[in-house]
Design a protein around this ligand. Structure first.
Ligand code: HEM
Length: 464
């Protein structure tokens, strides 16, 4: 079951996306590139099943890479999925035009492009400055409820805290007031409704889907009410959250965002940031608590956060060791040529119609770019080394890159660093459960099981 979920889910997601995208938009066959190369080597997915069962998926993918190189195709019946590994092979994946290599959207690309501008506006430094203060407030209040000493499941605690921080900064007081109650429960039900079977039969009347549909409807009610009450304010609002930004956003032709669009965007931002941020927070902590660590600061605000280089590198290293997903996906609308080989001398042509996957799990860990792959070593990203920069563009893609790079990266770093700088300065912490394994049995892998941590409040001065 574990292997099946891990391996089939992305392939099924890709095939469904391709089929639905084609049906919905009537995409015609892509025009081939003028430049021709050989097709990538192909392996049958079915032929890999015995190896998958004995060696596990990660090893099988590594073996495919070792045998076939940085561009190869797996075929499963009609579906062809081409895998790209490494910065050179992945250039077009990240930089290609949407008309050539696309992400599936529920609106046309031009509209989506403008909507990402709205997200971008909500993540500008002036906004982040405001969010930093809100984050610090949430974090202080949350950990203020911990006792003098105790043992907690850190994963659960940080999931709750990420929900509170995200809802406060993105949606404001109204939602924040309900975050740990109704909204958190509804979000949990939405996530729980994302099963393997959902990819094939999204409307199958199973209890999890019914709960998902009820949760979606109720969330819709809650958010609509808030959007409407904000819109009703006659002389503008002094709310400083992302919701207000999206309500006030205008398309280039002057059109205002609709209530439905605003709701869709805030829910997608919440989902994009929720699991990724909470599992990265837990991995950061689990890694930090293993070796000795220390960067104790006396105050946290936007400027100080910009200077927390060491802690930032710890978050970056945690994501490097524990990517939030196995791969990123696209659909090749036109064929394209990629260069491979040490000198870039080989040209392979990925045909139109293929699902294309950038394998994050290998891509970010290539031995010709990074040293000591198994070592927890945040300083690999530090001054004088900067292994990712030395490796060139797209050497570190934990937040994607190019046209679809994560719009929440700065926000995510800030919230994780606010949490961990507070924890490290205010508590002595000890990991009392074994170092967590990765749970590959879910669509977005994270730390498996509980992550138990013993804490003792430090006696110290400081504001946060
Ligand atoms: C540690 C936390 C996070 C990680 C690891 C992460 C990772 C990523 C990655 C890899 C992508 C690119 C997907 C692709 O190329 O197909 C992405 C896109 C995106 N992320 Fe994040 N993300 C994080 C936090 C956030 C947060 C906090 C927000 C919002 C508040 C956010 C909003 C988005 C959005 C809207 C996109 C879509 C961008 C586009 O397609 O143009 N993310 N994220």
């Amino acid at each position: 079951m574990e292997i099946a979920t891990f391996v089939f889910a992305p392939i099924l997601v890709a095939s469904i996306i391709i089929i639905l995208t084609k049906i919905a938009r009537g995409i015609r066959s892509a025009v081939p590139t003028t430049k021709r190369g050989r097709p990538p080597p192909v392996s049958s997915f079915l032929g890999l099943i015995p190896a998958l069962l004995t060696k596990g998926p990660l090893q099988v993918i590594n073996d495919c890479y070792a045998k076939m190189g940085s561009v190869f195709t797996l075929s499963l019946f009609h579906l062809k999925m081409t895998f790209l590994v490494g910065p050179e092979a992945s250039r077009h994946f990240y930089q290609g035009l949407n008309s050539e290599i696309s992400v599936a959207f529920d609106v046309d690309y031009a509209t989506r492009h403008e909507q990402y501008r709205f997200f971008g506006d909500a993540m500008k430094p002036a906004k982040l400055r405001t969010y930093a203060g809100l984050m610090v407030g949430e974090v202080e209040e949350f950990f203020g409820r911990w006792g003098q000493s105790g043992t907690v499941d850190l994963k659960h605690e940080l999931e709750q805290l990420v929900t509170l921080v995200a809802t406060r900064c993105l949606f404001g007081e109204e939602v924040r007031g309900k975050a740990l109650g109704e909204v958190a429960t509804l979000l949990g039900e939405l996530s729980d409704g994302m099963r393997l079977i959902t990819i094939l039969l999204p409307r199958l009347p199973i209890p999890a889907h019914r709960r998902r549909d009820r949760a979606r409807a109720r969330l819709g009610d809650i958010f609509s009410e808030i959007v409407r009450s904000r819109a009703d304010k006659s002389c503008g609002s002094d709310d400083n959250d992302m919701l207000q930004c999206l309500i006030e956003s205008r398309y280039r032709d002057g059109r205002a965002t609709t209530e439905t669009e605003v709701m869709g965007l805030i829910v997608s931002a919440l989902f994009a940031g929720q699991h990724t941020s909470s599992s990265t927070s837990t991995w950061t902590g689990a890694r930090l608590l293993a070796p000795t660590n220390a960067k104790h600061l006396h105050r946290v605000d936007y400027e100080v956060l910009q200077e927390m280089g060491a802690l930032r590198r710890c978050v970056k290293e945690a994501l490097w060791l524990h990517p939030h997903g196995m791969m990123l996906m696209r659909h090749a609308r036109r064929s394209f040529v990629v260069r491979t080989g040490e000198e870039g001398q080989d040209e392979l042509e990925v045909p139109a119609g293929h699902a294309v996957a950038n394998l994050l799990v290998i891509h970010n860990r290539l031995p010709h770019i990074y040293r000591e792959l198994e070592r927890y070593d945040p300083d690999r990203f530090g001054p004088g080394r900067e292994e990712d920069k030395a490796g060139g563009a797209f050497s570190y893609t934990a937040f994607g890159g190019g046209r679809h790079a994560c719009v929440g990266e700065a926000f995510a770093y800030m919230q994780i660093m606010v949490m961990w700088s507070h924890l490290l300065r205010n508590f002595e912490l000890e990991l009392v459960s074994p170092f967590p394994e990765t749970d590959w049995n879910v669509v977005m892998p994270g730390p498996k099981g509980k992550v138990m941590v013993r804490y003792k409040r430090r006696r110290m001065s400081g504001t946060a």
